[in-house]
Design a binder for this molecule. Structure first.
Ligand SMILES: Cc1cc2nc3c(=O)[nH]c(=O)nc-3n(C[C@H](O)[C@H](O)[C@H](O)COP(=O)(O)OP(=O)(O)OC[C@H]3O[C@@H](n4cnc5c(N)ncnc54)[C@H](O)[C@@H]3O)c2cc1C
Length: 375
């Protein structure tokens, strides 16, 4: 086994793969070391929704724009299907309409526009347009199936870029340039740790200083019972405007949030908002709830499913829908930052996306970390 590399990356989620790609493009000899036999963390449990509109204004929104560009190239080269593009944001409440107009007036509104009910229905026929006041369309978003995309990116990195992968191998400690794994040591000039929500194995004392929480989410897959149901865009709802920082930081959100707290207090307390995307077989991935704590919560609440479906039924006219899959996922969360790059040593970085946006921003973050590491 070759055990000397320019760069060792710990973790084969989207963040680790993004770091590996950026380094391989600089001609570095890279090894990715992953505890699992394959990636099974947040990166394959998400919506596969590469979101731009709604990301926090400034650096993070720019990361999403850049990551989307990289996703398109990677998808093309690695043979990953983009199932649909763009995002529809139907506003039902007048306060939500105010948020959409305020958003359009920001630099992040570039390329986005209001569309008519007919235009929206031509993209997503199941939308209940009659109950909608106005609808924003964003062209930027991409939807991939993460359970396929993540393994394909890993295989493509290995084949096309010569990245080595050590699966089923845990990294237990890092001493200088020596990476202690469960299968013996690896030497690397530089090391980037991308541990997802594992806050206790590597550099736990340093990570502990950031006061991170673990956010647990519930997700559903629905069969629609309607073979013609086509989603030509992702769909979110009023609840999303009060959660996604690109909207929720706008002053106009306060009136919406107060109304939602009054009308949907249980839903809001469970951190529920609506994202709906479609898979190749026509099924819909629908979510999600957000509960914050100091550990991943393995127990899914039936009540959360009911609340998610209640919002789904307000937005879509798909009475035959049926749950065919349920799962939970988790990610690290910080109230203060969207990403965390810690520097335990000149040649070591710990990298986390501290919110639910790693699929949307990981590729650009990977470039930033590698540029900094080799500057
Ligand atoms: C339900 C859900 C929905 C989401 N939806 C979206 C979305 O639509 N769009 C979006 O942009 N983001 C979304 N996110 C967020 C996004 O999925 C995460 O931000 C992202 O996947 C984090 O990637 P990661 O590589 O840091 O973590 P992970 O995917 O968790 O990967 C970390 C990996 O590191 C490995 N590891 C950790 N420690 C060690 C060690 N010591 N040795 C070896 N291996 C180790 C783990 O085994 C794991 O495979 C969602 C998240 C969830 C949970």
């Amino acid at each position: 086994m070759k055990d000397e590399f320019d760069l060792a990356v710990v973790g084969a989620g989207i963040v680790g793969l993004s770091i590996a790609l950026a380094a391989a493009r600089k001609g570095k000899r890279v090894v990715v070391i992953e505890r699992g036999a394959r990636a099974t963390g947040a990166s394959i449990r998400n919506f596969g929704f590469v979101t731009v509109t709604g990301q926090e204004a400034g650096d993070h929104w720019a990361r999403a724009m850049r990551s989307r560009e990289i996703w398109m190239r990677v998808a093309d080269e690695a043979g990953i299907e983009v199932h649909h593009r763009g995002l529809l944001l139907p506003a039902r409440r007048s306060e939500a309409v105010d948020v959409l107009h305020a958003f359009l007036a920001t630099p992040m509104g570039e390329g986005c526009k209001m569309v008519t009910r007919e235009e929206a229905a031509s993209m997503v026929p199941a939308l209940r347009t009659g109950e909608v006041s106005e609808i924003l369309y964003s062209p930027h978003e991409l939807r991939v199936e993460s359970t396929e995309a993540i393994p394909k990116i890993a295989a493509w990195l290995a084949q096309r870029h010569g990245v080595s992968f050590h699966w089923s191998t845990a990294v237990n400690a890092i001493y200088g340039h020596r990476v202690e794994t469960s299968r013996g040591p690896i030497h690397a000039d530089a090391i980037v740790v991308c541990p997802g929500d594992d806050l206790s194995t590597l550099y736990s004392e340093r990570i502990g200083q950031y006061g991170l929480k673990i956010c647990t989410l519930q997700m559903l897959r629905l069969k629609t019972g309607h073979p013609q149901t086509r989603f030509g865009a992702a769909v979110m709802s009023d609840l999303s405007l009060a959660r996604y920082e690109g909207f929720s930081a706008l002053p106009e959100v306060q009136a919406l949030a107060s109304r939602l707290d009054e009308e949907e207090s249980e839903t809001r307390a469970a951190g529920i908002h609506l994202i709906t995307v479609q898979s190749a077989d026509g099924s819909l991935v629908v979510g999600d709830s957000h509960v914050y704590g100091n550990a991943h919560d393995p127990f899914a609440q039936t009540r959360f499913d009911e609340l998610i479906l209640a919002e789904f039924d307000r937005v879509f006219d798909l009475p035959q829908r049926e749950i065919v899959q349920r799962w939970v996922g988790s990610y690290v969360s910080s109230g203060e930052r969207t990403v965390l790059v810690d520097r335990p040593d000149d040649h070591v970085r710990v990298v986390m996306v501290t919110g639910g946006t790693g699929a949307s921003t990981g590729f650009a973050l990977g470039e930033q970390v590698i540029d900094d590491l080799y500057s």
